[in-house]
Ligand binder design. Structure first.
Ligand code: ADP
Ligand code: MG
Length: 703
């Protein structure tokens, strides 16, 4: 038998001619290496016992057979058995007592891996049990076989056959990657054993062990790449040193009409530590809407300003920028901090005057939108940039702020809690501060799932609350009939909209409400097609209470604080990710009063029910995000498929948290010991990184 190498063409395998090779090539499988890396995505059991004549090398199977002959060889015990279809040798290198006790004529059940040996097949180290005279197998066990993705069911045996033939080679052409001591410590399989077990597991436990072993390797490489990138960044850049003395700390705290919560203080400690270190901070500050992130960010800005630097806060929309600015004006009333709101709109002369002051360092704190990073904006000595990404955090990117000083510190605020597996992988090169609890005295939101049958009655009840002074948001996935969904996370393809149960557009919903339960109520529609001026006007009137019901698309998600708006009705709730629903309902717990959130479930698809129920059970954004990750995967969690998500082949971000954590610890230890992976035991890792990141590895070297 020829020895397979990783680069041997599949055609080398016995029984694979040019036509079969062509079929494999269509599945992108050209070499033995390709084939070994092509893993089953699930397994099915096939019944046993197997007729000996049907056994294939590589498979793990059980047979029921009679003992014919016993041979004691120098290094092994060989027992020939026969089942009426054919004979096979059972071989043990270290025979257990039960094997030693075998005698001709006995009936046994034997289960083990079938391998090719000297042009014959053998079962190696099988588990045997005696079967009483004439007795059939007691508990019938079955074999597990892999199901290969993208391969038609009829073709599965074809690929299994070929894989089995390759696996029969005792030493597979597989390069190890993870240093063996790490594998031993984590009780994981070598790549060699794991690959074998992925294709032909003895049982499901072994299949899982194999998958976890390969997933660990994948996570380890990702963590290494992240850490090397970060180490590089930290080593080549210096950042302004911001000194936080107790006096400065006291002075900043006096600006807030409340005590900071311990969660806020925790975040401030972490940020303060970074700001003094002289290396650029890149930190994610996460926590539910209203938990007090902006206050923490402002604290950091004031610390930077106290050290003589400038700070900037960038918001995703003009409305939010204005809102941040108005809030800051309240906190800073009477302070010497020179501050400005830089608008994209507005007169040119105003803007030019503002820019000149920023350039000369005559403004300490600037709030704005992306207008802040336009070419004409240059800072004198910018030390800290705060980016409020609200829910759009998937687009995390370093923004090009221009400053004459060193690289500024960078703090990103997000209200979408990021499950820890993701913050360690996707965002692994960021530090993360988390605010887990909100300031005391907040109202809660009661959430209920209702069906279209309850709709009229429920909306009448909502009407009663509006009449007694509250305000309501009604959120729809689309603007009008037949229009594109405004919600980027809505998952159904366009075809869905053509069905009769297409989601109701905001415009139509407004009419329906106005003609029904909301008769005579001041009501307005808000959506992304309106001009900024129109949107601003409507938001102002809603905030002032002149508009009582706001029917909108998801653009309210990043909307303004209206403490009196305590009710939210979300139409076609089944179309949103849980994290997005959580974001939306965050709008209605801004005041002291308890909020109400009604999720209208219009699609009766079976998955929607239990998923939406999660919303009624918890207000913990982290639990919701974890649940979302489990149910819809990371791409969905972020709304759209974002670049930057690593393409995982073996790892599962929803369930592999312990592995990610282990990989992160191990990667940290490796990088501490050998930051550039120059030591001999780490060469295999470096090769693994090259294989995984290819060209992009240069980024790690250079960035
Ligand atoms: P986020 O940015 O996380 O949405 P903010 O910082 O805007 O939260 O705070 C939300 C509201 O809570 C604001 O009105 C703010 O004044 C208030 N707030 C923040 N921190 C505290 C605190 N420690 N105690 C009481 N109220 C607070
Ligand atoms: Mg906020």
């Amino acid at each position: 038998m020829r020895l397979f190498r990783a680069d041997s063409p599949i055609q080398y395998v016995r029984g694979v001619g040019p036509r079969r090779a062509e079929w494999f090539a269509q599945h992108d499988l050209r070499t033995i290496g390709d084939l070994l890396d092509f893993f089953p995505t699930r397994y099915v059991t096939q019944g046993g016992p197997f007729a000996i004549e049907n056994l294939q090398p590589g498979m793990t199977a059980r047979i029921l057979a009679d003992v014919l002959k016993i041979r004691h060889r120098p290094t092994s015990l060989v027992v020939l058995v026969h089942d009426g279809t054919d004979a096979i040798q059972l071989r043990w290198f270290q025979p257990p007592p039960i094997a030693e006790a075998l005698r001709p004529g006995m009936r046994v059940s034997a289960e083990g891996r079938v391998q090719e040996f000297d042009d014959r097949i053998e079962m190696i180290q099988p588990l045997v049990e005696f079967v009483p005279e004439g007795g059939a197998a007691g508990n019938e066990k079955s074999v597990i076989v892999g199901v290969y993705p993208g391969v038609a069911e009829k073709q599965q045996p074809r690929i299994r056959d070929v894989v089995a033939t390759v696996l029969a080679q005792s030493r597979l052409p597989i390069a190890e990657c993870v240093p063996p001591p790490l594998l031993a410590r984590r009780r994981l399989m070598s790549r060699h054993d794991a690959v074998r077990a992925m294709h032909a597991p003895k049982d499901m436990r072994q299949a899982d062990h194999a998958r976890r072993s390969l997933a660990y390797e994948e996570f380890l490489l990702i963590e290494l790449a992240m850490m090397m990138r970060r180490a590089k960044r930290v080593s080549i850049q210096t950042a302004p040193r911001i000194h936080l003395t107790p006096e400065i700390d006291q002075r900043i705290r006096k600006r807030f009409p409340f005590e900071l919560t311990s969660a806020q203080n925790g975040a401030i400690r972490e940020i303060g530590h970074d700001l003094q270190a002289g290396r650029p901070m890149t930190r994610l500050l996460q926590g539910d809407v209203g938990c007090g992130k902006t206050v923490v960010a402002l604290y950091a800005c004031l610390a930077a300003i106290a050290s003589g630097f400038q700070a900037a806060i960038m918001a995703p929309t003009e409305i939010l920028a204005s809102q941040h600015f108005a809030k800051i004006e309240q906190y800073l009333a009477g302070s010497r901090v020179r501050r400005a709101l830089l608008r994209g709109a507005g007169s040119r002369a105003d803007r030019a005057a503002g820019l000149a002051k920023i350039d000369r360092g005559e403004i300490d704190l600037v709030v704005g939108t992306h207008a802040l990073i336009q070419k004409d904006v240059a800072f004198q000595n910018l030390a800290l940039v705060v980016v409020d990404e609200q829910h759009r955090f998937g687009v995390l990117q370093r923004h090009a702020f221009r400053s004459k000083g060193p690289t500024p510190h960078y703090l990103v605020m997000t209200a979408t809690p990021i499950p820890r597996t993701l913050s360690m992988t996707v965002f692994g090169d960021l530090d993360v501060s988390t605010i887990r609890s909100s300031p005391p005295g907040r109202g809660k939101v009661h959430t209920r799932v209702i069906t279209p049958d309850d709709w009229q009655r429920e909306l009448e009840l909502v009407r009663a609350r509006i009449d007694s002074g509250e305000q309501v948001y009604v959120v729809c996935p689309r603007i009008g009939a037949g229009e594109e969904e405004e919600n980027s996370a809505a998952r159904e393809p366009r075809a869905f909209a053509e069905k009769s149960d297409a989601p109701i557009g905001a415009v139509k919903m407004a009419e329906t409400l106005q003609a029904g339960p909301f008769r005579g109520l001041p009501l307005a529609v808000l959506h992304g097609r309106m001009t900024q001026a129109e949107k601003d006007r409507i938001m102002r009137e809603f905030a002032a209470g002149k508009i009582r019901a706001l029917v909108s698309t998801t653009i309210v998600e990043v909307g303004v604080d209206v403490p009196n708006a305590t009710i939210m009705v979300i139409e076609n709730a089944e179309r949103y990710g849980l994290s997005q629903l959580h974001q939306l309902r965050g709008r209605v717990c801004r005041g002291v009063r308890d909020g109400l959130c009604l999720l209208v479930r219009r699609d009766r698809g079976e998955a929607a029910g239990p998923r939406l129920q999660v919303m009624t059970r918890t207000l913990d954004g982290f639990r919701i995000a974890e649940e979302d990750l489990k149910l819809r995967g990371p791409g969905e969690l972020f709304g759209t498929k974002q670049h930057g998500l690593p393409e995982l082949h073996m790892g599962d971000l929803a369930m592999d948290f312990p592995l990610v954590e282990a990989a992160r610890d191990d990667a940290a230890a490796i990088v501490r010991d050998d930051p550039q992976l120059k030591k001999p035991p780490h060469q295999a890792l470096l090769a693994g990184l090259r294989k995984m990141f290819g060209e992009k590895l240069a980024l790690i070297d250079a960035a």
